[in-house]
Design a protein around this ligand. Structure first.
Ligand SMILES: [Cu+2]
Length: 189
């Protein structure tokens, strides 16, 4: 079955045209020639959107948290979910940066959300030697000391004061950090 080159090109053109029409009407086009057009299984945009959906899932509850900070104003967790039934929760804070505590120190402080602004301001007034935490204020539910690059610290605190459904916020009380370094902490049964 011999055909002229011109006829062949025309046939391919018509075939592709029919594939486009088929695609527009959401029906398939099974010939191999159309495979690159309809195949999107390796399309990176598809994989990206699936990954984003996974990241939007709520955090899973835990009784122990490894929290990473560095030479920037950010925790590696945006939100936390604690189970009251844990009884005790552990926070392991690690500073993977290089800057000293007086330059880029971080801590992890937990209060009710409504108390954050006042507690953060009080913390600044007591200074670095007190870890920017006014420990006499019993509205502070848990706190770690300030650490600098290469350091880490751990605390454990009771879940007794945490009420399911109440609004809590964790934040860094180093001056200027609490606005960016904060997130909600949810409590479940
Ligand atoms: Cu900080």
């Amino acid at each position: 079955m011999k055909k002229s080159a011109h006829f062949g090109i025309t046939a391919i053109f018509i075939f592709h045209l029919s594939c486009l029409v088929a695609l527009a009407s959401l029906s398939g086009c099974s010939d191999d020639l159309s495979a690159p057009i309809i195949s999107n299984s390796s399309d990176p945009r598809v994989e990206l959107s699936e990954t984003e959906q996974v990241n939007q899932d709520p955090p899973s509850a835990s009784c122990s948290f490894d929290i990473i900070v560095g030479d920037y104003l950010k925790f590696n967790v945006n939100e936390m979910l604690v189970q009251k039934s844990c009884g005790s929760v552990s926070i392991n804070l690690k500073h993977e940066g290089n800057l000293a505590a007086k330059m880029m120190g971080h801590n992890w402080v937990l209060t009710r959300t409504s108390d954050v602004t006042e507690i953060a301001a009080d913390g600044i007034s007591v200074g670095l030697s007190n870890n920017y935490v006014n420990t006499e204020d019993n509205r502070i539910l848990a706190w770690t000391k300030i650490i600098g690059g290469g350091e880490e610290t751990s605390i454990s605190f009771s879940t007794e004061k945490l009420m399911v459904g109440d609004e809590y916020t964790f934040f860094c009380s180093f001056p200027g950090h609490s606005f960016g370094m904060r997130g909600p902490l949810y409590v479940e049964i």
